[in-house]
Design a protein around this ligand. Structure first.
Ligand code: UT7
Length: 443
């Protein structure tokens, strides 16, 4: 008898979001002692996206999460996990508010703090919840507004770090199926916690009481030392993950390294024996987006065809802590909606950001109901007082030909194709609006 396969977390949809403000190397070189040549030569970065003042990590996370849910074709999950270095506030976690704004009210929600390794730590955490039976579906988001913590005058960090968010929906499935997240190799070295840090603001050097130097509230990195650790740890972790998945390097069709520095990715790939044409990158266009880096590259790669079903994919990350992690996945046939690399990102308008999605959705639905009511009164001479969201087409005494007419008007007025049979089946006006809304939903 064949042994039952282990329950695994399986990729069901991906979404990515970049803020619309594109910052080129030339723009930075206008006020920092740096140059396009230095930044490209040392890191491979040509431009990055930064949020406008007032836009937060949570704002980016909501948009990425929305897109991932849509790509997965689901509107509910059991848990929301946000991996971030730049939470909206120190307390509470960012995830509960993101969940609320996504309309996922009441679900488990927490943050993972593992800096640039956060997404793979988040994968391990979400997979654990699913394997233990505590969740059937998890929305995992890697989101960063790094531009809010870097010292704009520090050329060693300001040219590297950037903003963005990307999310995956994970569902309970079978360890043998495409999309199943493989064993995760996770590690840390706290003896080097000061190589990447924000010295002040936490409980060790708190922001109230004794005044601290302003620089201590900014992100700091000892780059050259970090570089050496990054190459060694990412290579080691990738080897462990491959071994635990019973894969060898030759099995790897696509290597998706954390986008810390193009030269780190190349050095790790070379150590592992992975050819450059199998290494995915977007650092030239998005810089280092920390916890968002790997999911953003996955979402963009899946959306533009660089990742295709059946390919064996190796993920590896390294970050502050120090922390490192790696895992494997055979790419599934899955949808992904993301802002493409090298193009303007998403315009996150103020109204869109501050109004919870549930409220927006409620407002949109009432406007749609008013429009439908107008159609019913003018076209079918119905009494407006008798029409409310719970009314059914039968109660309103619309016959089968009326439904054909109604379907045509709905298509004309709302731009949504709904058949008369579907109207007859759905019956209730509120449910019909839901149907129309789903057909007209924008990514
Ligand atoms: O994502 C989490 C993990 N992060 C990483 O893995 C990042 C790892 N580190 C790195 O990628 C590299 O260390 C950096 C790209 C950050 C820096 O490269 P580096 O070769 O280690 O530069 P460095 O700090 O040793 O500086 C070399 C020189 C220095 O000038 P002097 O002292 O030789 O005159 C710096 O002041 O380059 C200078 N420098 C710059 N020059 C122009 C540093 N930053 C810049 C800059 N533009 N932006």
């Amino acid at each position: 008898m064949r042994a039952a396969s282990r329950t695994a977390a399986v990729l069901a949809g991906l979404g990515g979001c970049l803020p619309s403000r594109l910052v080129t190397n030339t723009e930075l070189a206008a006020y920092l002692d740096t140059s396009d040549e230095w930044i490209r030569g040392r890191t491979g970065i040509g431009a990055r996206h930064w949020v406008d003042p007032g836009t937060s990590t949570g704002d980016l996370a909501v948009r990425a999460g929305e897109r991932a849910l849509q790509a997965a074709g689901v509107d509910g999950v059991d848990a929301v996990v946000v991996a971030t270095t730049t939470p909206d506030r120190l307390c509470p976690a960012t995830a509960p508010e993101v969940a609320f704004r996504l309309g996922l009210v009441g679900v488990a929600a927490y943050d993972v703090a593992a800096v640039c390794t956060g997404f793979i730590y988040g994968l391990a955490s979400a997979a654990g919840m699913i394997a233990a039976g505590n969740a059937r579906r998890v929305l995992l988001i890697g989101a960063e507004a790094y531009s809010t913590i870097i010292d704009p005058k520090d050329r060693t960090t300001a040219v590297i770090f950037a903003d963005g968010a990307a999310a995956v929906v994970l569902r309970a499935g079978d360890a043998d199926e495409p999309g199943a997240i493989g064993p995760c190799d996770l590690g840390s070295d706290g003896s080097n916690s000061d190589l990447i840090e924000i010295p002040a603001g936490g409980s060790r050097r708190r922001s109230s009481g004794v005044p601290t130097e302003p620089e201590e509230h900014f992100f700091q990195m000892r780059g050259t030392e970090v570089y050496r650790h990054a190459v060694e740890r990412m290579s080691g972790s990738a080897r462990s993950a491959l071994e635990r998945a019973s894969w060898c390097t030759a099995d790897v069709d696509r290597f998706v390294p954390h986008q810390a520095n193009g030269r780190i990715s190349a050095a790790v790939a070379e150590r592992l024996g992975i050819a450059p044409d199998r290494v995915l990158a977007n650092i030239e266009h998005v810089g280092n987006t920390a916890a968002a880096s790997i999911p953003l590259l996955l979402a963009q790669g899946a959306a533009d065809g660089r990742l295709r079903p059946g390919q064996r994919v190796l993920l590896a990350a390294f970050g502050g802590g120090l922390t490192w992690a790696a895992t494997t996945v055979t790419w599934p046939d899955v949808a992904a909606y993301a802002d493409p690399p090298g193009e303007p990102g998403t315009d996150l308008t103020e109204a869109d950001l501050t109004e919870p999605r549930t409220h927006r959705s409620h407002r949109r639905r009432s406007a749609m109901f008013q429009q439908l009511k107008q159609i019913l009164t003018s076209k079918f001479q119905l009494d407006a007082d008798e029409i409310d969201p719970s009314s059914t087409l039968e109660e309103l005494q619309l016959d089968s030909l009326d439904l054909v007419e109604l379907a045509l008007v709905i298509e004309k007025e709302f731009g949504a194709r709904v058949s008369d049979d579907e109207l007859a089946e759905t019956q209730q006006l509120d449910a019909i609006i839901g149907l129309v809304e789903a057909r007209t939903a924008k990514v």
